[in-house]
Design a protein around this ligand. Structure first.
Ligand code: KG4
Ligand code: ZN
Length: 369
């Protein structure tokens, strides 16, 4: 009996040794909360997507996003705590995305995180959303060696960072115009597909010939590690203008809640070829600059994160690159989530890097320059 009691106490002690961080993410159009132990073990991750709200407008409407966050934040956090079988008392800290993102959206997560920290006397940790994406990879692979190269490609960012250690970043290149995910979304919109465009183009691309349409690769003056995707988007526009695609696009615009098979049936072979060629070009742009950057800094590991990291064409092409080891997030962690925010907060917790209640939401917060 005594032995059992002692053992019970010991287990509770060992349990307490884990650092539990609640992450809250609301920078764009997903309201997310997650509990992560020691920056590695995901105990829960909840994401409330606003896709249906924004889809009919073909992009994120900031006012609607803030309103949806307000509606979702309390139940999402409650669900994340319940799934992790813990309560606020079981937490060691609360981490929240401080930027970059939509300021109204950021404010919802941040205000709620501050209120919870104030009420429960918990430390608050500010996390940069882009650093969060990098941690969506780091959390799954403790074996990654440094220096590493991080490519973050999402709807809002396309960045290359040298990572000398978790928390130490140097910006090597970034997009000068559209982000890679934004290019996907704009091309999809132009062709009459729904929002967001990335996942659907990714699913349709395998049915087309990726060599059918030859796009000129972007040549960058100055920093050759920078990206540019607006020329590619314009080239797709020109391609459509040279063809009589009005009725094809109009028919797709009428489609609602269609399956991939239905989208495919509504897409002539020439358009499937265009999508496949577009995807190949984006993939080549991303991988060639990631590889050149990795060579420049002597990195063996390339970490790819952000919504575009979910892309199957990109993952397949990366697997062909034998000179580097590519690491991608686990399924569901490429697009916005809060597990990556809680994971990124753990090294800051260890270093005692806490934020005060004067913390501000910063729409243009940079990770490194
Ligand atoms: O990281 P994320 O959820 O939000 C931002 O921080 O922007 O990324 C969303 C972006 C959207 O532009 C979406 O079209 C793109 O990621 N995306 C994809 C795929 N899944 C999401 N792009 C290409 N292929 C995919 N499978
Ligand atoms: Zn993101």
């Amino acid at each position: 009996m005594l032995r059992d009691q002692l053992l019970g106490k010991l287990i509770i002690k060992v349990g307490n040794l884990q650092t539990l961080i609640l992450g809250i993410e609301s920078s764009c159009d997903e309201t997310a909360a997650a509990v992560v132990a020691d920056g590695r073990e995901i105990l829960s991750t909840t994401v409330a997507s606003q896709l249906d709200t924004h889809a009919k407008y073909g992009g994120v409407v900031p006012e609607l996003a803030s309103r949806e966050h307000l509606r979702a934040i309390v139940p999402v956090v409650r669900e994340a705590l319940a799934d992790a079988r813990t309560g606020l008392d079981g937490l060691n800290a609360i981490a929240v995305t401080a930027g970059p993102g939509l300021v109204g959206s950021l404010l919802v997560g941040m205000t709620y995180a501050k209120a919870l920290c104030f009420a429960r006397d918990l430390p608050l940790i500010a996390v940069n959303h882009v650093e969060g994406h990098i941690h969506s990879v780091l959390l799954a692979y403790p074996e990654i060696s440094f220096p590493a190269l991080a490519l973050v490609a999402s709807g809002g960012h396309t960045h290359l960072f040298a990572v000398s250690a978790p928390g130490e970043y140097r910006l090597l290149g970034k997009t000068r115009d559209d982000a890679a995910g934004e290019a996907y979304d704009k091309v999809a919109k132009l062709l009459g597909y729904g929002y967001p465009g990335g996942p659907l183009i990714d699913q349709l691309a395998p049915f087309g010939d990726p060599r059918a349409v030859r796009f000129t690769r972007a040549k960058m003056k100055g920093n050759e590690l920078d990206f540019s995707f607006s020329g590619l988007k314009t080239a797709v526009l020109r391609w459509t203008e040279q063809r009589d695609m009005g009725s094809e696009i109009a028919a797709r615009l009428k489609m609602k809640n269609a399956s991939v098979d239905e989208w495919r049936a509504a897409t002539p072979q020439a358009t499937l070829d265009l999508l496949a060629s577009f995807q190949r070009t984006v993939t080549e742009e991303l991988l060639s600059r990631a590889v050149a950057s990795a060579e420049e800094i002597g990195a063996e590991s390339i970490l790819v994160s952000g919504g575009v990291a979910a892309n199957r064409g990109l993952r397949a092409a990366a697997a062909e690159e034998k000179a580097f080891r590519f690491y991608f997030p686990a399924p569901g962690l490429s697009t916005d989530n809060a597990a990556m925010i809680a994971a990124a907060a753990f090294p800051k917790f260890q270093r005692g890097e806490f934020a005060g209640f004067e913390l501000k939401a910063q729409a243009g917060l940079a990770l490194a320059r």
